[in-house]
Design a binder for this molecule. Structure first.
Ligand SMILES: Nc1ncnc2c1ncn2[C@@H]1O[C@H](COP(=O)(O)OP(=O)(O)OP(=O)(O)O)[C@@H](O)[C@H]1O
Ligand SMILES: [Mg+2]
Length: 284
């Protein structure tokens, strides 16, 4: 984990955030008072089962989900429910990579256009934009001639590299990564995770790394927060949370994640059944 800013202010501070979604006449509380911090150059993982609120937390930070109460500070500044031009200006510092590189890249644009667009929209000159695009393609290990091709000509893994390059072009300080490797096969997944790690080393960018897969967060994150039904039930260093967690739900999650060794798998299956036994634990 890298140090925070000199005065101790974390890059991102989420404090007691509540998010309610309207469902017809009722409301559904997707986040029930979640707190977390991310330091400069740090990768914090967010794990938990489907529906636990991981994406909602990412959306709240990005301004895509309305925060009911609580606060979100970026670099010491209150960005809770920031709207309009102020929110758009934040895009220079705060970016996102989603799971689906098909949906998030315009198939009719060339990669060069896709990567240059956020720069030219922010007033960067054409020549400088071209140079930055070339630099970013190099960052994500794609060939320079990719600029003339469209997303459909690339594999899923390459498309995710394009999405990462687009997130990087404005040199942000934090990227919200929402299941960015979940749609990829295991080999491609490993290569893209290595790329995220390299980019962090090269640029010092921070990540909020959302994944339902403990094996993924174990590889990349410095610290891990575990979500369960809209609450953060455990936060700690990667090694601790992904190998020796305190909370029964995290233990269940750990035992449910696949391992290669059949003997260890049988052992873990036994533990999992034992863990299910006590009544009253929040493990379903
Ligand atoms: N726009 C919305 N309107 C109403 N309910 C929503 C909305 N978006 C999400 N929810 C609900 O909020 C809860 C949390 O959803 P969220 O997408 O944050 O979960 P998640 O942990 O990211 O799950 P997954 O692993 O499946 O992506 C879920 O019960 C979901 O159905
Ligand atoms: Mg999600």
């Amino acid at each position: 984990m890298k140090a925070d800013a000199k005065d101790g202010t974390p890059l991102l501070r989420v404090a007691d955030v509540v998010v309610d979604y309207r469902r017809g006449r009722t409301t559904f509380r997707a986040l029930k008072g979640v707190s977390m911090t991310i330091g400069a150059g740090e990768c914090v993982g967010l794990v938990g089962e489907s529906g636990s609120g991981k994406s909602t937390l990412g959306k709240a930070v990005l301004g895509l989900a309305q925060v009911t109460s609580g606060s979100i500070h970026f670099d010491g500044r209150d960005i809770t429910n920031l709207k309009g031009a102020a929110r758009r200006r934040l895009a220079a510092d705060l970016q996102v990579v989603f799971q689906d590189p098909y949906g998030s890249l315009d198939p009719a644009m060339t990669v060069g256009q896709i990567l240059a667009e956020p720069l030219t929209a922010a007033g960067t000159g054409r020549a400088e934009a071209r140079a930055t695009v070339a630099e970013m393609l190099d960052h994500v290990r794609l060939p320079a001639d990719a600029v003339n091709r469209c997303p459909g000509e690339f594999s899923g893994g390459q498309r995710q590299r394009i999405a990462i390059a687009r997130a990087l072009v404005r040199r942000p300080r934090l990227i919200i990564c929402d299941e960015p490797v979940s749609a990829l096969d295991l080999t491609t997944q490993a290569a893209v995770i290595d790329l995220f790690i390299d980019i962090q080393r090269e640029t010092g960018v921070s990540y909020l790394f959302v994944s339902h897969d403990l094996n993924v967060v174990r590889r990349i994150c410095h610290r891990v927060s575990v979500m369960y039904r809209g609450e953060c039930v455990e936060t700690g260093p990667n090694e601790k949370v992904t190998r020796d967690p305190d909370h029964p739900y995290t233990r269940q999650l750990l035992l449910a994640s696949p391992v290669a060794d059949p003997a260890r798998q049988a052992e873990r299956r036994r533990h999992r059944l034992e863990l299910r036994a006590p009544a009253g634990t929040p493990v379903s």
